[in-house]
Design a protein around this ligand. Structure first.
Ligand code: GLN
Length: 492
């Protein structure tokens, strides 16, 4: 049930010459021009570059060359290096920085023929769950502009939700693809760690950072992952395994119960009293739909998962404090205009270049890594990280996928959690575990609140289960139309 404006739908129309890449990109740029002032989803729009790429895509097609995504407009999160284009991490620290090369996933999507139209706004250095920490101002939720779109990849999520582009990249360190996908009513896929290279992804927490995709449908996420995945010797943690076709399980003709035999694990830990009642109801309704499709649900236990937020907020800041030490105004980043000596230059450059949340993380990270506290915090957190992975390893003996809400609440209002970091951190309570283990996970739309805010269902799988997760999501989308709902502003 893919719409005409999905990646798959547009690729088919381009292939049939119903539409040229230039026409499509002009239309895309016009939409961005109309809604960017409302949404603030982009940090950079490259109209000229996009039109040149579109002309090249049309010319290549005329010569008979057919890249799978030739002419498809796409946006990249501004944490990914894009040669010749600004790459800021939405931080004053990198304001004005032009990337000298492409990230591996950017290269892959370029090779597949996509047309890069711009770079999307995000929480500063990908730290946040609401897009309120961006140096360039918050991104608005297309369903209701008084609400956050989620974060940190909020610009990408809003751009896809508002139908400005059919697909976009994001990065997910603790939920930054899945949580904004959930709050913005679209699909977001975080693949297994190591499937998509981190080369050219400006590091936040290297053992957790994972590039992935946003789109309207599971099918589109599979098409984008096909272009993004692949071994890259420039990233030591990139996995060298045979290339997969992530759409391969989507093509089989579906009967009435296409998910017959699928065992859906339901951890009690994901269905507690902390969930918003409307979220809980939408998840129950989605599970009922999965049962109709032939799946059965089984209880599983993930007792250590409740520790994932505290574990993450030791490990991620620890890695961030190390990674962000390179932004000193000499090797990289903003340099203060006035200073007394070298130490003063470092101090002022970093004080001016980083925002409050980034500073908070650097302070926490430096503290937990310091002599005397390392064992008590960092080492302990690494041990609990293993216990969380052990929980999942046990659960996979009893089920094929695990489901639950992506986030405990729908989108919240600007300012609601901004002054209370712990409340903000808790919005990632269901997403973080998959980063700590490195396993794949996806958020798909599964309903709306009475006030019209989207609700997301998280589908998690064991390592390398991307194709299976995408199939499960795709069957749900063949039977329902939550993913096809469009915010009013995209139509007007
Ligand atoms: N919201 C989480 C954080 O602030 C996750 C961010 C992410 O995945 N990049 O760290």
């Amino acid at each position: 049930m893919s719409g005409k404006d999905t990646v798959a739908g547009l690729a088919a129309r381009l292939a049939a010459r119903e539409l040229s890449a230039v026409e499509l990109v002009r239309d895309t740029l016009a939409r961005i021009e109309r809604l960017q002032p409302v949404l603030n989803a982009f940090v950079t729009v490259d109209a000229e570059g996009a039109l040149a790429q579109a002309r090249a895509a049309d010319a290549a097609r005329a010569r008979g060359e057919v890249a799978p995504l030739a002419g498809i407009p796409i946006a990249h999160k501004d944490v990914l290096m894009t040669a010749g284009l600004g790459t800021t991490c939405s931080s004053r620290m990198l304001d004005g920085f032009v990337a000298p090369y492409d990230a591996h996933v950017v290269e892959g999507l370029k090779r597949a023929g996509t047309v890069l139209v711009g770079k999307t706004n995000m929480d500063e250095f990908a730290m946040g769950s609401s897009n309120e920490t961006s140096y360039y101002g918050p991104v608005k939720n297309p369903w209701n502009t008084e609400y956050v779109p989620g974060g940190s990849s909020g610009g990408s999520a809003a751009a896809v939700a508002a139908r400005l582009v059919p697909g976009a990249t994001g990065t997910d360190t603790g939920g930054s693809i899945r949580q904004p996908a959930s709050l913005s009513g679209i699909c977001g896929l975080k693949p297994t760690y190591g499937i998509s290279s981190r080369y050219g992804l400006i590091a936040f927490a290297s053992s957790l950072d994972t590039p992935g995709s946003f789109a309207q449908t599971a099918e589109d996420c599979a098409l984008l992952l096909n272009a993004m995945a692949g071994h890259d010797p420039r990233d030591a943690t990139s996995l060298d395994r045979p290339q997969e076709d992530y759409t391969r399980l989507l093509r089989a003709k579906a009967g009435a119960t296409p998910l017959e035999g699928l065992r859906i694990g339901l951890p009690a830990e994901y269905f507690g009293a902390g969930n918003d009642p409307e979220v809980a109801a939408a998840i129950e309704a989605a599970l009922a739909e999965f049962r109709k499709l032939g799946a059965r649900t089984v209880p599983v236990a993930l007792p250590a998962v409740k520790l994932s937020v505290p574990v993450y907020y030791v490990i991620a800041p620890a890695e961030a404090s190390s990674n962000l030490s390179r932004f000193d105004g000499v090797r990289y980043g903003h340099r203060a205009a006035r200073y007394d000596d070298l130490t003063d230059m470092y101090r002022k450059s970093r004080a001016e270049g980083f925002g409050a949340e980034v500073k908070r993380r650097i302070l926490v990270g430096t503290y937990v890594l310091s002599h005397g506290y390392y064992d008590a915090y960092y080492l302990k957190a690494q041990k609990v990280r293993r216990l969380i992975a052990n929980d999942f390893a046990r659960a996979w003996r009893e089920c094929d996928v695990i489901m639950g809400p992506t986030a405990p609440s729908p989108a919240f209002r600007f300012g609601d959690k901004a002054d209370d970091p712990v409340q903000m951190y808790l919005n990632d309570i269901f997403t973080i575990a998959a980063n700590l283990t490195g396993a794949p996970a996806m958020s798909i739309p599964c309903g709306f609140t009475k006030s019209g805010l989207p609700i997301g269902l998280q589908v998690q799988g064991d390592y390398f289960a991307e194709a299976r997760i995408l199939e499960v999501a795709h069957r749900f989308q063949q039977a329902t139309d939550w993913h096809a709902r469009v915010p009013a502003m995209a139509n007007s």
